[in-house]
Design a protein around this ligand. Structure first.
Ligand SMILES: Cc1cc2nc3c(=O)[nH]c(=O)nc-3n(C[C@H](O)[C@H](O)[C@H](O)COP(=O)(O)OP(=O)(O)OC[C@H]3O[C@@H](n4cnc5c(N)ncnc54)[C@H](O)[C@@H]3O)c2cc1C
Length: 534
């Protein structure tokens, strides 16, 4: 017997597909394969399922970790909406955050990003009346860049031979955008530094400032939120709760506290997994949603890594940055405390984004290069039914892993007084940022707790506490091996690393992975099922 997500389950020795990790990509892969009639086993090492969609509960509060807002789920025909409807049998519902999804705050000036493409343009034009041409051209390029990605994604599921012959031609229009940095593209449109800073004010959503990030990544985030921000009603845990029945219906299971030690490879074919407790479970297909680095560095035998040239692949990509998040509990409901739904992005006003990041990495006592404040309890209309008279706020900033590296290997909650004191200093700085924006919250804070890169390493197994798996440089988008099929027979990848960071992207990775496994046009099937999903 083994502890599944909800109850004790008998685990068989054989499944159609075993999926490592229970993040958004893994859950989507599991749900789609289950709907294709497969018996699926999802193995999650954490004691809560969902990867970054998990929530944690402490001191009478509940905090979401890796979801603050998602775009495109109110548009009935969007791929993201149809996919969520498909994998949850329409059980997952979304709350609209309202007209202003993000507010970019630079010094004492603030700039709202508003829902709807024309509204977005009009609003930015209000702030920068001299920049009409640049703003129009910018929005046009955002659309062009995202449109060009169709073949980039299609290429990921083509058989290797077809990929070799047609791939580079298919990808060419995409590379035109992905090869350039965000800064390069924007500087061709305007030399207004403030406009550039505002338009790139969501860079925290992909973790790389404009001179380092690929313009494609920038464009895909910007476009994603043009239709506004949304939050899962009932909190992020509703994602796994609504997907699980689809998996169990086909005889599958989501198991927690189940760490995979290694992937069993025999005669160059993936056959199963060995668990940390030594148990072996076998399947026709093995899918890893644990991230490229974790899969190749920790889960595969070194001789397999060497034989298939996987080390060379790893050398071509980099880890994304790491972060700290201050999880705050407050006395008073979101309405009592007048909490906004809009996310706040706060930046210093004396330098561009890249300079702010560089000086802070050199000395973290310098101004935070970005502070992101999110108000999850205000976004969720069901919150006050579950937690009356309470509220939560999350504040995120960048923290280099090296700042906490000396505590690697220490035990969670037992890392010692110096670690706690370093955390407290950062917490106080972040609280100060909050009180500058919302001074009426002074005296309302009931509790707070800071996560560090070591927390991310501990719970989600990203070795350097990476916030978004691989980074989103132009070079990343040139790597053809970032696709579901690995060189090892019957071993597949899913999750953010084979597409990009973001819930919508990880969701889509599940479509790519299941397309590779079943060799069926899964997307077509889902889009066609339209309104008759159940
Ligand atoms: C702080 C933060 C805020 C974010 N905010 C947003 C947002 O507002 N909107 C948005 O769209 N995106 C957001 N994201 C990004 C988004 O959450 C991720 O891109 C996405 O959830 C990644 O999904 P994934 O499928 O790649 O799996 P992950 O969520 O990365 O999960 C991987 C899973 O694999 C498990 N695992 C690892 N090793 C093993 C092993 N050996 N055995 C078993 N299991 C293992 C891990 O425990 C983990 O559960 C945010 C991310 C973070 C960190």
């Amino acid at each position: 017997m083994i502890q599944s997500y909800k109850q004790k389950h008998e685990i068989s020795d054989h499944y159609d597909t075993i999926i490592i990790g229970s993040g958004m990509g893994s859950l989507t892969t599991g749900a789609i394969l289950s709907k294709e009639g497969q018996k699926v086993l999802i193995l999650e090492r954490h004691y809560t399922p969902g990867g970054f969609t998990h929530v944690f509960k402490r001191r009478g509060y509940e905090w979401d970790v890796g979801i603050h807002y998602i775009g495109e789920v109110q548009r009935p025909n969007s791929i993201i909406k149809k996919l969520f409807d498909y994998i949850t049998d329409k059980e997952l519902q979304w709350a609209d955050m309202g007209d202003v999804y993000d507010r970019i705050i630079i010094g004492d000036q603030s700039y709202d990003l508003v829902k709807g493409v024309q509204n977005f343009k009009d609003k930015i034009l209000e702030y920068f009346p001299q920049e009409e041409e640049a703003i129009s051209k910018y929005v046009e390029m955002v659309f062009e860049a995202t449109k060009s990605s169709k073949n980039f994604y299609l290429d990921k599921v083509l058989p290797s031979l077809a990929q070799k012959f047609s791939g580079s031609i298919m990808r060419k229009p995409f590379y035109k955008f992905s090869d350039k940095t965000t800064d390069e593209v924007l500087r061709k449109l305007t030399n207004n530094e403030t406009l550039i800073k505002v338009l790139t004010g969501q860079y925290g959503d992909y973790g790389m400032p404009p001179k380092k990030s690929s313009f494609f990544m920038h464009a895909s985030v910007v476009r994603h939120y043009f239709s506004g921000g949304n939050f899962p009603i009932g909190g992020s845990s509703r994602i796994v709760e609504t997907i699980e029945p689809i998996i169990t219906k086909s005889g599958g299971t989501i198991v927690i506290s189940a760490e995979v030690d290694s992937i069993i490879i025999e005669d160059d074919v993936a056959k199963g997994v060995k668990m940390k407790d030594g148990r072996k479970i076998f399947a026709e297909n093995i899918v890893s949603g644990a991230g490229l680095m974790t899969t190749y560095e920790k889960l595969l035998p070194s001789e397999v890594v060497a034989k298939f040239g996987l080390k060379e692949q790893l050398q071509k990509v980099n880890r994304s940055v790491s972060h700290a998040c201050l999880y705050i509990g407050l006395n008073g409901s979101p309405a009592d405390l007048n909490l906004p739904k809009t996310n706040l992005w706060i930046y210093p006003d004396d330098a561009d984004h890249d300079t702010c990041v560089e000086r802070y990495i050199a000395d973290i006592n310098e101004a935070f290069p970005v502070v992101y404040i999110s108000f999850p309890s205000a976004k969720d209309p069901d919150w006050s039914n579950r937690y009356p008279g309470k509220s939560t706020i999350d504040i995120i900033t960048l923290i280099p892993f090296d700042e906490f590296a000396e505590w690697t290997g220490t035990r969670w909650k037992h890392r010692g007084p110096e670690y706690e004191s370093k955390k407290e200093k950062i917490s106080q700085r972040l609280l100060e940022e909050l009180f500058t924006q919302l001074p009426h919250l002074k005296g309302k804070i009931d509790c707070y707790e800071l996560s560090t890169p070591l927390t991310t390493e501990h719970f989600i197994n990203y070795e350097k506490g990476e916030i978004y798996g691989l980074d989103h440089s132009p070079q990343r988008f040139r790597q053809k091996f970032l696709k579901p099929k690995t060189p090892i027979k019957n071993l597949y990848l899913t999750g953010q690393d084979i597409v990009t960071a973001g819930i919508g992207a990880a969701l889509f990775s599940g479509v790519l992975t299941t397309t590779s496994i079943t060799r069926k046009n899964i997307l077509n099937k889902i889009m066609k099922q339209g309104n008759n999903l159940i």
